[in-house]
Design a protein around this ligand. Structure first.
Ligand SMILES: O=c1ccn([C@@H]2O[C@H](COP(=O)(O)OP(=O)(O)O)[C@@H](O)[C@H]2O)c(=O)[nH]1
Ligand SMILES: O=C(O)[C@@H](COP(=O)(O)O)O[C@H]1O[C@H](CO)[C@@H](O)[C@H](O)[C@H]1O
Length: 318
């Protein structure tokens, strides 16, 4: 493992259990910092209400850590907007926010318009399809931002069970992460190899940073933000926090194939024009007190065309 990644992992990996909501509410009051929670939502009627209710009850009413909870409706065909509003969220629509800019499809559009529709100094993004959401997710994401001015962006890390027709298997979620995003980051942005969940849908950042980078319109948004914020602020301004376990609604393999395509487009549009890609791949295992990084060499060599070999040796086909 690269020494810089080992150092980053040690210095910038936190546990959500480190902080309490009341402690952070006091910290943000003392700093005069405001906090917005943004949920991008497309047809999330079954799950959005419980998430909004949990954030509002625990982090707005019981403890004043969060100032606004905004659900960004991406054109839902179900009752997402009504359910979110009934739970107390302010609901905005991607067609009306920054209407002069029109509307493009995709999650990143919802996040970009969520940033426009809110005012918090700190912005927390939470997917609206989470099952078993815990308000401590928001507390954990805000912890590093409210206790270290040198940190500007915090990604969630967690175990990702996979719901299958046979039930829930303890791992296996994050399929595009494991098969596409992690290999791409390790190859072309090895300094970011320490992120356990580079595509996690829960993250928080300082508005002053988030407003300086583009938001990729579709599912490339997480990949794009990670690479662009690292380039803007430096890897040491980024951190990750262990939230334990995260369960969410899963898409089909075909849909994940399209997601992978968008992430590949995003990566290739940012590909550093350096030399050969790095050959090390860092994967992660859950341990009793955190995560363990395991480094693999995925370098490949190649044999020359057989025609060239034959030309060299004057050989002919057997
Ligand atoms: O065009 C879109 C696609 C997704 N989402 C929301 O973005 C979050 C993550 O999307 P999804 O669950 O489809 O991705 P996955 O978690 O399966 O990777 C969810 O709250 C979606 O409702 C959205 O607002 N607009
Ligand atoms: O991490 C992943 O591989 C994908 C798919 O997760 P699953 O295989 O359905 O658990 O989910 C994430 O990626 C999306 C693209 O960045 C994010 O928008 C989602 O919030 C995140 O869940």
């Amino acid at each position: 493992m690269r020494p810089d990644v080992r150092r980053w992992l040690r210095r910038r990996t936190f546990s959500a259990a480190t902080w309490g909501a009341a402690e952070l509410a006091e910290a943000r009051r003392a700093q005069g910092a405001t906090v917005s929670v943004v949920l991008p939502a497309l047809d999330e009627e079954p799950t959005v209400g419980a998430i909004v209710t949990a954030v509002r009850e625990e982090l707005v009413r019981r403890v004043a850590l969060v100032d606004e909870v905004v659900v960004v409706d991406s054109g839902s065909a179900d009752r997402t907007a009504a359910v979110a509003a009934a739970a107390g969220a302010r609901v905005v629509d991607t067609t009306t926010v920054l209407a002069a800019h029109g509307r493009v499809p995709g999650k990143g559009e919802a996040l970009w318009k969520g940033l426009a529709a809110t005012s918090g100094d700190l912005v927390v993004f939470v997917d609206a399809d989470l099952v078993g959401f815990d308000p401590q997710f928001v507390v954990g994401l805000l912890g590093p931002l409210l206790t270290d001015p040198g940190i500007g962006y915090v990604k969630a890390l967690y175990d990702r069970p996979l719901s299958t027709t046979e039930g829930i298997v303890p791992s296996g979620g994050g399929r595009v992460t494991e098969l596409v995003a992690r290999p791409l980051l390790n190859a072309f942005w090895p300094e970011l190899a320490g992120f356990v969940q580079p595509l996690s849908g829960e993250y928080a950042g300082r508005r002053e940073l988030l407003e300086q980078v583009p938001f990729v319109s579709g599912y490339g948004v997480e990949f794009g933000l990670l690479v662009d914020l690292a380039a803007l602020a430096g890897v040491d301004a980024l951190a990750q926090v262990d939230l334990g376990t995260r369960r969410h609604g899963h898409q089909s393999d075909a849909a994940l194939g399209r997601m992978a395509g968008q992430i590949l487009q995003t990566a290739l549009s940012r590909r550093p024009h350096a030399g050969a890609p790095a050959a090390d791949l860092l994967q992660f295992l859950r341990t009793a007190d955190g995560v363990e990084a395991v480094s693999w060499n995925v370098g490949v060599t190649e044999r020359p065309p057989m025609s060239a070999v034959r030309a060299e040796t004057g050989g002919s086909r057997p």
